[in-house]
Structures are given as C-alpha cells and as structure tokens.
Write a protein that binds this ligand. Structure first.
Ligand code: SF4
Ligand code: SF4
Ligand code: SF4
Ligand code: FES
Length: 948
C-alpha cells in the first residue's frame, strides 16, 4: 500500500534481441542494443539527473542535465540520447559533470517561481528533486531575473490545470501527446526564452483538440500541468494497483490515495494492456463513486407505484428471497431468473449464474453481453473453436495491415486506439469498413488507405465480396488452408464466394461501396504482410451479426492471418468485463468455459461441487424473459448491475415486461432507469470498493483491488451470497480468491488461474492451465482449438428492417469518448462538459431537404417509437444515414430501435433502424413524462439520499 511510484528509466526500453555489455562507474552491465546510457545506468540503480527525459517518450536531449563522460570520446554527451556500445566505459559522477549539472540547474531555477512550499507539487516535483540531486545550494544569477511568458493560469479543463509560469519547456508534454496519445494537440509556440506550451492555436485546453487523456499531465516534471484533485487534496501517500471499470481495454492503474481519499488514478506502466497510458474516463472519471446520487441503503416496496421504504440489509434480503420463493411456488420453478453484469467482477458474475442454476434451479440466466458481443462468441467458437479474440494488444505493433470493421477505437477503446495509431504512424496500412467517417479515417499523421462507407446492414455482403476478390484473384494462402483448415469445407466456401453475385461490382449495388475500393482493400489485406482485423459492435449488433463474425474468420483463415503476432481476429469488447461475464457461464446454454449445459459430464462436475442437480435444458435469454413476463409465465428477476431498460432495444416492450413482473430486484449504484420497475433495491459497490478480477478484450485476467471500504457496506459478491443463503442455497466464501479457486476447479481454461498467480505475474491471458501455466497471449498458434479451422458459407440476407417512403433513413448508433454506455457513471462526473446531450448526426443534404439547421430540435421516428433530440449537421455520415449516441436517458434512443435481432444469438439489431427525421419544437410527450417520472423518483429517493 506504500506509494512506491513506478520507476522512470528515462528512455523507453529497446526491443533489440542482441545484447551489449558496457561498464558504468566501474560496474559491468549487459543491456539490449539500442538502450540509452541513461537507461543502462538505471538498470544498475544509478539515476543520472534528468529533466527532459522520461521513459514514456523517445529521448529529446534538450535539458543537458544528464551529461556523462565516455572514455575515449570528447565532450560530455547527453546520456538520454547516446546509445550504449559494446565495451564502452562511462562515468556518470565526475567533478566536471557535477559542476556542469549544477550550472544547468542554476539557470532553470533562476527563472522559476520560488513558491515550492505552497506549490501543489511540493514533494512530487522532479525540478525540486533534481535541484537536490545535483546539490544546488545557491543561484549565482539571483532569483529576480526575467520569467517565461505567462499567458495565465488555464483551469478550463475540468480535471487539470496549466500554469505556464512553472514550465521549464522540456517538451515532455508535447511528446507525450504525440507519441503516446497520438492527438498532436500541443506545440511549443515562440522561440528561445519566449517558448511556451500551446494547446492547439494558443487556445484554452478545453477548447483545443485535447481529448483529456492526461498523458501530458503524467509526463510533466513540474506543477505546470497538475491534477486539480492533487491541488485540492494534496499529494498522495499510498497506492493500490487495480483495473479500470469502464471499457474492454482493461487499463491497469495505480489508485493513489491520501488517507481514505482517492487523489488520482495513474496508469500503471506494468499494465500489459495499456503500458502506462489511459483515457479521460479511466484516469479522471471516478467521481461517481462518491456522488451524492449513490444509494447506500437497501429499499423495498410492494408495488412499483409505492414510495421506496428504506430497510435493513436483513429485511431486504429476506423480502427478496421470500418473494422469489413465493413466485416459484405459485408459477413454477422457471418463473424467475437472473441477469449478470459485464461491469462486475468475474467472481460476482460467477456467483449470480450459480445462484440461478443451483439456487433457483433453472438456467434462466443471461447477461448484458447478449446485447453486444454474443455473436462473437457464436461466430468464433464455430470457426476457430474458442469464443474469444485471438491476440494480445501488443500484437498490433507487428501488424502491417490493420482492418477495422464496425468499430470506432478512438472513442470506444481509446488506449488501444493510441497504440494502433502509433503503429499506423510507423507505416502500417489501414482499411476501415464503417458507414461513418470515424476519426481514424483521417486524424493527425494517420489516413486510411481505404474507407469503405457501407450502407448499414450490408456487412456480410461486403466482407464476402472481399473474400470473392481473394479467391478469384488467387490470393488465398493455400498452404495455410491445407495445413490448418478443413480443405473440403474450404473448397465449398471458395466456390460459394467466387460466385459472380458476390463480386464487388454486384455488391456495390447493395452496399454503395465502390467496387474498386473493395478490390483494393481485399488485395491489400491479402498481400500486405501481417493482416489484423479489429471489429466492434458495428459487426455484431445486426440481424446477421454472427454471420459477419464468421465471414471475418473465413477471411483471416483464407489469407493465413491467424496464429502469430501481428495478425488475428480481434473483437474490441465494449464493457470492462464483457469477456469475463461470457467466460463465467452467464449465457443460459453455457457453463463457465463455454461448455454446453446439456453435456452430462460438465453438469456432473458442477453438481458434485455444488450439491444440487442442474437442469440440462438451456433457460431463457433476456428477450425471452421479457416475452414470458408479458405472457404471464415469468414473474421474478434478479438484476446485478445492468440497466436493461435503457440499454436494451424497444424500450416500450421492455418496460411493459418489467411492469408485468411481481418481484424485480435491482442491485446497482444508482436508481437507474430499470429501478423504476423494481420492488427491491440492493445498493451495489463500485470497483474501488471490492476485490476480484476483470477479463479484458485480450482474454487478460487482471486484479481489481479494494481501494476503499464499500460505502454500501458490502461487496457485490457478498450480497449475492446473502441472497443465496436466504433462498436456501448457502454459499460460503471468505474472500473472492476462494471463488476464483472454485472457477479454476470447474473450468479447464482457468485451471491455472489464482489470485496468487495474478499477484505474481500481474495478469494472465486464458487459457491458463497445465499446458500454458503463464497463459496464452496468442491463440491457435499450432492449430485451431477445434482442430481444423472451419469455413462456413455466409449467405447475405438483407435485414427485414427496410427503408421506405415512411422511414427513408437508416439510423445507426455508437459511443463517444467522454461518456460510457447508458452514462450512469460518466454522467455523474465532470465528463458531461464534453457531451451534455445526445445529438443526431445528419448529412447536410438530408438536413436541407427537411429544413433542418444545425442545433435544431428534430423528431426521430421509427415504427417502434419516437424521440426528439437536437441535430448536428455533418458529412461524417453519408446521405441516407443518421447516427446518434445513447448515453442520456432523456433521449433514450432505444425507444426507436426495433425487436429485430441476430438470428443465432438474439443480439439486438441496434445498428440498423429505418427512421424518419423531421423538425420539432422540443422534447416529445413521453420525454416530458419521463422527466416528470425521473423528478418523482428523485423526490422519493431524495430524503434517503439526503439522510446519508
Ligand atoms: S491531455 Fe492528452 S490529448 Fe490533451 S494535451 Fe495532454 S496528452 Fe494531449
Ligand atoms: S508543461 Fe510540463 S512537460 Fe510541458 S514543457 Fe512545461 S514543464 Fe515540460
Ligand atoms: S481505455 Fe478503457 S480501460 Fe482504458 S482508461 Fe479508458 S475506459 Fe478505462
Ligand atoms: S534528460 Fe537528457 S538532455 Fe534532458
């Protein structure tokens, strides 16, 4: 728990495999070729004074503090920019060097404000440290010299300040923004003494291109860029390593505390997913944990129209259990079910499905992954044999061609996007399949080689057309296919895709993508070297979501882009633990590790340990539960950490189903929208208040560690245990590590996982077992998990959701960087400054035809419902396509999405809804009603919140 900051080695590690040996201050050291002298010295524990160098960015050599002497060479070269050489003899501590360094520091200090004692970085300032390190005791030039230009304190960013008077113009911030984040928002304006750091065109940070990732703040050696939380609370005195609870990148952080207060989240350099970087959400948007809206006491009510009544934990749990028992006695064992959360830990998710299968005695368990990546599970299991992505994130550093399909990484998976952009700046080629001009189509120093702006709903046609080019132009990697895949199935598939109806020219008619662009993209992917595919919900959330995943897998197998670094098929998972919630057996038909519930041997294993018989029949999926509720056969639901009312499609249908139930138990942080239909509210705990693990998009299992005591009194896994006990199926665990031990015992792919191993290694990627005791970074290296890779025919079937005279436009939806899904957390942080409301993007042509101006209120209507929001006119979307985010409940864009879903998995077709857009005067009737309902809910809860 001590602060133990990450060691700064001064310059990045060299990736060379050849090693050289040199002598530094009389001691021999062996390091990879290309390592700087500064880093080699650090390997020996010798810190050469430095200011402009940090191991986040390449050496710059501007401050001249890190000078060394090298035997046989003239002068005093900078150790940060001088690479080691075999046999080199280096001195870092001679009298001459000490004199020179002191002189450099004198110059820095002579123009620096001398307010160290009251400075927010006092005790955490490298300038201060270096003055001490070089033994500076006096400044010959006095302290009254000229100062740097000081354009004034910039507090515009909600999370950090910029105080130019303290800047030493080391340029670390500028380089961090370029090299680490890839945004290029900062420059050094002016020359010489008048140099100053400038966001964009000398704008305040908030108005600049800055995306608030915080890399510059982390890099700054002084208080020039500093977190507001540090200024308010003080410098931290202890730290806990944990994992971000937002997206599927799974950034590891040092949660730095002062006393019981969380001061800041600093990306952990040893985090293998993020390598010391983060985005605005993980680094800064943690204030929701202490937001006044958090409900900390359990509440119950007999009817959803009654006011909430605050009760003890004991009463709430007993009430919920007795209701579930009453319902099962009256309506049958299958009349209740549960929903696990992709926001909760693996251990918590495992317990919820255990409660349902063994406590309720049915398989009516499902998860929010149903509505995002269930087609990934189906498609990749069918073709490769494992329901997960094939690579680790490091793999992208060796990709030559990157194909992004239906994903917007700079907004959805920002830290991985930064890593990807770095590779693209190094020269990798880029292909993007997306109806919208996402940022990566053109962003500083990155430009897509091909952007295929396909009409929403035509993924299968376009990906099959890519395959058509590969097959008909002889670009198949036949050796790979013969060795690794089923040859007969391949031939059948090849004949299918070679059919002229799958040619780019034919598919252009359906998709709107020029045939030449499809041909060019296919050739590039097949022949450009290591080809990696990254995809997102723009692939899965379709009526043919599973088919597209299969089509992508076919493409990778046909070109041999599987089973080594730099290639692969990589679903960019949305939520922090969406991979984990699927792994843990949250789907009605699968136990942990994706084993079908009908497998006798699998069930027997669980039955033996749990001491309860398990039903061999798959249970209900979320949409089936809602349908069954409306039919009167499903009456009780335990929902841990998912706001199904806001996140699932066809809101009216969902609310009617929830309203038809007799006992809805919501376990959450806030009175989320679904809680309007709940009878029992069990306060949940945040990721800062619990121990456990999350599994990110790379299959990487990482520790979540308790930073503070649960404000609600219990971690979520404890609440599930209490409910299960009350249901008569006791669960006894002293710590989540014991739950992981049970998971490992029951799940072959997790057999080698334990908290002790995670503590030791930092993280592991499953499968982790006897064969791979330290995990599996790259899958399918020597063969596919299922044996031979399976080619599957992917017949394009147009969605039933068709445009026509009434609904002529296609709506597609997505996320924005600063907000997260239904916004329950991010809307309760200062991130709202970037996205106060959901807006509808519409092409200028479509807007003009409808008399809509930028910022106007518009009505968005589909055959499912209508909502209103304001318009943003932009060429990011093609004519005929409109786009919006779904972060704000007062927009509830899922009011207009339909009940169509993926044929294999029921994943909703969020990405294609036929709509009409027309001018409007303001919010529609239901939105006004909703505002009233929300206000009423607030009024009911307000006294309880105020009592906290
Ligand atoms: S916060 Fe990130 S994007 Fe903004 S200036 Fe700093 S490094 Fe660049
Ligand atoms: S703001 Fe900080 S990191 Fe940037 S140049 Fe100034 S002192 Fe260096
Ligand atoms: S990229 Fe994802 S995991 Fe990383 S800090 Fe941002 S939200 Fe968290
Ligand atoms: S640290 Fe080497 S020149 Fe600044």
């Amino acid at each position: 728990m001590a602060l133990n900051p990450d060691i700064d080695y001064g310059t990045p590690a060299s990736k060379a495999t050849k090693e050289v040996t040199l002598t530094i201050d009389g001691v021999e050291v062996t390091v990879p070729e290309g390592t700087s002298i500064m880093r080699a010295a650090m390997e020996l524990g010798t810190q050469i004074p430095k200011l402009c160098a940090t191991d986040m960015v390449e050496a710059f050599g501007s401050c001249r503090l890190c000078l060394v002497e090298i035997q046989g060479r003239n002068g005093t070269p900078a150790s940060c920019t001088t690479p080691v050489a075999a046999g080199m003899v280096v001195h870092t501590q001679t009298d001459r060097l000490k004199r020179l360094r002191k002189g450099v520091m004198e110059l820095y200090i002579s123009e620096h404000p001398l307010d160290c004692l009251t400075c927010s970085a006092n005790g955490d300032c490298e300038l201060q440290d270096m003055a001490g390190a070089v033994g500076l005791r006096e400044v010959r030039y006095g302290y009254d010299g000229a100062r740097h230009p000081n354009p004034g304190l910039d507090t515009s960013n909600p999370y950090f300040t910029y105080e130019p008077s303290k800047c030493i113009v080391c340029s670390r911030c500028v380089r961090a923004c370029e090299e680490v984040q890839g945004t290029f928002a900062l420059t050094i304006a002016g020359r010489g003494f008048d140099s100053v750091v400038s966001p964009s065109q000398e704008q305040p940070f908030l108005e600049s291109e800055c995306v608030s990732c915080g890399a510059c703040v982390q890099a700054c050696p002084t208080a020039t860029l500093n977190e507001k939380s540090v200024i308010e609370i003080g410098t931290p005195d202890k730290a806990v390593i944990t994992t971000c609870a937002y997206c599927g990148v799974g950034c590891a952080f040092r949660a730095e505390m002062r006393g019981d207060e969380l001061v800041r989240m600093v990306p952990w350099k040893d985090g293998k997913a993020n390598r010391g970087h983060s985005c605005v959400k993980g680094r800064f948007a943690f204030g929701y944990a202490t937001h006044k809206d958090r409900i900390l006491k359990p509440m119950i009510r007999a009817k959803i129209t009654d006011p909430w009544r605050e009760v003890s934990w004991d009463e709430a749990i007993k009430y919920a259990a007795s209701e579930f028992k009453r319902i099962q006695a009256k309506y049958g064992p299958s009349s209740v079910g549960g929903i696990t959360s992709s926001r909760c830990t693996n251990e918590e998710t495992f317990l919820v499905q255990k409660l349902v299968r063994a406590g309720f005695g049915n398989n009516n368990v499902d998860t929010c992954a149903r509505v995002c990546h269930s087609p990934t599970g189906y498609g990749l299991k069918t073709t490769f044999g494992t329901s997960a992505g094939t690579q680790d994130f490091d793999s992208v550093e060796q990709s030559d061609v990157i194909m992004i399909i239906g994903a917007n990484p700079t907004d959805g998976h920002p830290v991985f996007a930064s890593r990807m952009k770095k590779r693209l700046r190094e020269g990798a080629k880029l292909i993007i399949l997306d109806p919208r001009r996402i940022d990566l189509v053109r962003t500083p120093h990155v430009e897509a080689d091909y952007h295929l702006p396909l009409k929403p709903g035509t993924n299968v046609a376009v990906v099959t057309a890519l395959a058509h080019v590969i097959v008909t132009e002889g670009l198949v990697n036949e050796q790979f296919v013969r060795e690794r895949c089923d040859w007969d199935e391949f031939q059948e598939w090849a004949a299918f895709v070679a059919d002229p109806r799958h040619s780019p020219e034919e598919v252009e008619k359906i998709s709107g993508v020029p045939a030449e662009a499809i041909r060019g993209a296919a050739r590039l992917y097949a022949t450009g070297g290591n080809g990696a595919i990254y995809y997102g919900l723009g692939v899965t959330e379709h009526s043919q979501g599973s088919t597209t995943v299969i089509a992508i897998a076919n493409l990778a197998m046909a070109t041999g882009n599987i089973g080594r670094q730099g290639v692969g098929v990589n679903p960019l998972r949305g939520q922090n633990n969406v991979q984990g919630s699927c792994d843990m057996g949250s789907f009605p038909h699968e136990m942990s590790g994706y084993r079908h519930i009908s497998e006798d041997a699998t069930r027997a294993m669980f039955e033996a340990l749990w001491g309860r018989p398990l039903d061999a029949e798959p249970g209900l999926r979320i949409p089936n539960m809602i349908d069954a509720a409306l039919d009167g056969s499903f009456k009780g639901l335990y929902i841990q950490g998912e706001d199904i009312l806001q996140s699932d499609p066809n809101t009216q249908h969902m609310s009617a189903g929830l309203a038809a139930m007799e006992c809805v138990v919501v376990q959450d942080l806030f009175l989320v929208e679904t809680a309007n239909y709940a009878h029992v509210f069990l306060p949940g705990s945040t990721f800062l208040e619990k121990d456990g693990t999350f599994t990110n998009a790379e299959r990487r299992i990482q520790m979540v560690r308790k930073v503070m005591a649960p404000r609600n009194g219990y971690e979520d896994w404890q609440i599930t245990c209490m409910l299960s006990d009350a249901l008569g199926f006791p669960m006894q665990y002293n710590h989540p590590s014991e739950i992981m031990d049970e998971i490992a015992r029951l799940t072959p792919t997790f057999a080698g996982v334990s908290f002790a191993k995670l503590d030791e290694l930092g993280s592991v990627q499953w499968p982790c077992n006897e064969k791979a005791p330290e995990g599996t970074p790259i899958m399918h290296i020597n063969g596919f998990v299922r044996g031979k890779g399976k080619f599957v025919i992917t017949e394009y079937v147009a969605t039933d959701e068709k445009t026509g005279p009434r609904y002529p436009l296609l709506l597609t939806t997505g996320r924005i960087l600063s907000q997260y899904n239904v916004g329950a957390q991010t809307r309760r942080t200062a991130n709202v400054v970037w996205h106060e409301e959901d807006r509808l993007e519409i092409h200028p042509h479509d807007a003009e035809n409808r008399g809509i101006r930028d910022g106007d209120w518009v009505k968005l209507t589909s055959r499912a419902g209508e909502t209103t929001l304001r318009a943003r006119i932009t060429e990011r979307v093609a004519p005929g396509v409109v786009y919006t985010t779904f972060h704000h409940p007062n927009t509830q864009v899922n009011v207009v999405t339909t009940e169509f879903s993926d044929w294999a998995t029921n994943c909703p077709e969020y990405k294609v809804t036929a709509v009409q857009v027309s001018p409007s005067n303001g919010p529609s009737e239901w939105q006004e009603e909703y505002e009233e309902l929300s206000k009423a809910a607030r009024r009911i809860a307000e006294p309880l919140i105020a009592a906290e």
